[in-house]
Design a protein around this ligand. Structure first.
Ligand SMILES: Cc1ncc(C[n+]2csc(CCOP(=O)(O)OP(=O)(O)O)c2C)c(N)n1
Length: 276
């Protein structure tokens, strides 16, 4: 089989893009388009729901249905779409501000419900579009425009959070690993329950220069060095304290989704009412 290009899912009229040099958003969107193609999804079976921010501009470049939602509320809109039409493939494309800071509550409740939604959460370690402010995913001690002396807070472990909240599938990859991203997105889309892929993609314009990564290339090299398989991570002493993180599929369960449970309840009620 020829390699997927994802071209049918890309809206070329949206180009040139507005991302900064070295931004991971293009690589992630490309992996998503190729995953759609390899799964053979029809364009009208897909709804992408971006939030607001740099990551939220993704719909400009996509040739699929989309609902450009409000900041922190992508999961709420996606929940409504999926509940109304469970046959659709619903993909939220959100930043760490959107997904796990202002929108944290929606994220954990969508995971608790095991809504059959795929979330691609682009963790660029800050609020990118508004000037690089600290987010709930900014690592401890990191410098941002609002933590110039270092972040006194700790960032969420987003995968652990979402898994603990009840999601079927959680995975983490980096923006340098396009082929791995495509694989994880395919896994996420084919899981019937809530799926989250966290993509480590630190902002090369605002976060990198403040944190010792002067150029996008420095940042991409750093990502490659710090991403470890769960096995290597477990064998590395003080791995988290040294900035290493786990990549790969971290949980892949098959518990019933909200839609399946809702349908079972509906049938129970109909049966009790004599099949009406
Ligand atoms: C309710 C609300 N609050 C604040 C804003 C302003 N705002 C727009 S984008 C943004 C930050 C986006 O950061 P993130 O979600 O991490 O996405 P990124 O730009 O980093 O991809 C903020 C605070 C808004 N649009 N709506």
């Amino acid at each position: 089989m020829a390699h997927a290009t994802g071209r049918a899912y890309i809206r070329r009229e949206g180009l040139p893009h507005i991302s900064c040099a070295g931004c991971g958003n293009g690589i992630i969107a490309g992996a998503m388009a190729r995953a759609f193609e390899e799964l053979g999804l029809a364009r009208n079976e897909i709804v992408v729901v971006p939030g607001i921010g740099c990551s939220g501009t993704i719909n400009r470049y996509l040739n699929v249905n989309y609902l450009h939602s409000t900041h922190g509320r992508a999961l709420a809109f996606a929940t409504g779409i999926k509940a109304a039409n469970p046959a659709l493939n619903v993909v939220c494309f959100v930043g760490d501000g959107d997904g796990v800071t202002i929108g944290g509550n929606h994220l954990i409740h969508a995971a608790r419900r095991n809504m059959g939604i795929t979330v691609i959460l682009v963790n660029n370690y800050n609020y990118g579009m508004t000037g690089g402010q600290v987010s709930g995913a900014t690592p401890a001690d990191a410098r941002t425009s609002t933590t110039m002396m270092g972040n006194p807070e700790r960032g969420f472990d987003i995968c652990e959070l979402v898994r603990a909240a009840g999601a079927n599938f959680v995975a983490r990859e980096t923006a340098v690993a396009g082929v791995r991203l495509k694989k994880r997105i395919k896994e996420a889309l084919t899981n019937p329950g809530f799926s989250l892929l966290e993509v480590m993609s630190p902002c090369t314009t605002l976060f990198g220069p403040r944190n010792g990564k002067k150029t996008p290339v420095d940042m991409l090299r750093w990502l490659k060095e710090k991403a470890l398989s769960p096995e290597k991570f477990a064998k590395t002493e003080n791995a988290a304290a040294q900035g290493y993180f786990r990549v790969g599929t971290l949980a892949d369960e098959r518990a019933d989704s909200f839609s399946t449970r809702y349908e079972a309840m509906r049938r129970r009620v109909l049966d009790a009412a004599g099949g009406r």
